[in-house]
Design a protein around this ligand. Structure first.
Ligand SMILES: CC(C)(COP(=O)(O)OP(=O)(O)OC[C@H]1O[C@@H](n2cnc3c(N)ncnc32)[C@H](O)[C@@H]1OP(=O)(O)O)[C@@H](O)C(=O)NCCC(=O)NCCS
Length: 172
């Protein structure tokens, strides 16, 4: 199901057919370093991740991480969407792209469209984001879509500190 269309991209719901791409993306060193190791090592793991993560979120929240594909050739290049975590008070935006598609504006193009959709179609006024403290590429992108650094936080008592960003209204 296509959720959004931008100049160069289709943004759609993930489904079991996207398992091979998800397996590749989740094992990229950059994904493991900046987001975490989801323990997805096989196509079956990837299908389970899609079903229990994004697809469950679409059902419960009406939104979740989406697949981003190039309009030209339809190749999947990344994921981008809004999540609702038990550990944060408001939904947060997340994204990750294969390194061969970095620095071409695709992450910005999809994240900007997801922010507009969150506000206008989903009615979400406040959007958060979290990054590891050294993720400068992500912080730069968040700044371009209107999110500002507020403070360091922890998602669990024994977790590492992360940077918390939010759009307006600022209190969080
Ligand atoms: C975070 C991440 C998605 C950022 O991706 P990115 O490639 O830096 O972001 P963009 O695709 O928007 O590319 C930005 C650059 O593309 C170039 N660019 C922008 N628009 C462009 C266009 N229309 N055409 C060509 N190039 C363009 C510019 O050089 C821009 O850099 P600038 O902001 O300094 O001007 C990527 O680093 C990633 O996937 N990291 C691993 C996962 C991760 O960390 N996720 C976030 C967890 S919090």
């Amino acid at each position: 199901m296509i959720i959004l269309e931008t100049e160069r991209l289709f943004i759609s719901h993930l489904c079991a057919d996207d398992a091979a791409f998800v397996l590749e993306l989740l094992n990229e060193p950059s994904f493991i370093r900046y987001i975490g190791d989801k323990g997805v090592r096989t196509l079956d793991d990837a299908r389970r991740y899609i079903a229990e993560g994004p697809v469950k979120s679409y059902e419960i929240n009406g939104f979740g991480l989406n697949l981003v594909r190039l309009k030209a050739g339809h190749a999947p290049i990344g994921i981008c969407g809004v999540l609702k975590r038990d550990t944060l008070p408001d939904p947060d935006i997340g994204f990750a792209f294969l390194p061969s598609f970095w620095n071409q504006g695709y992450a910005f193009e999809s994240a900007a469209a997801v922010m507009t959709h969150a506000r206008e179609a989903l009615g979400l006024a406040r959007i958060l984001a979290i990054t590891s403290p050294d993720n400068q590429a992500s912080e730069k992108l968040l700044g371009k879509i209107g999110l500002r650094f507020r403070r360091l936080t922890k998602l669990a008592a024994d977790a590492d500190e992360v940077k918390l960003f939010t759009n307006e209204p600022a209190e969080v």
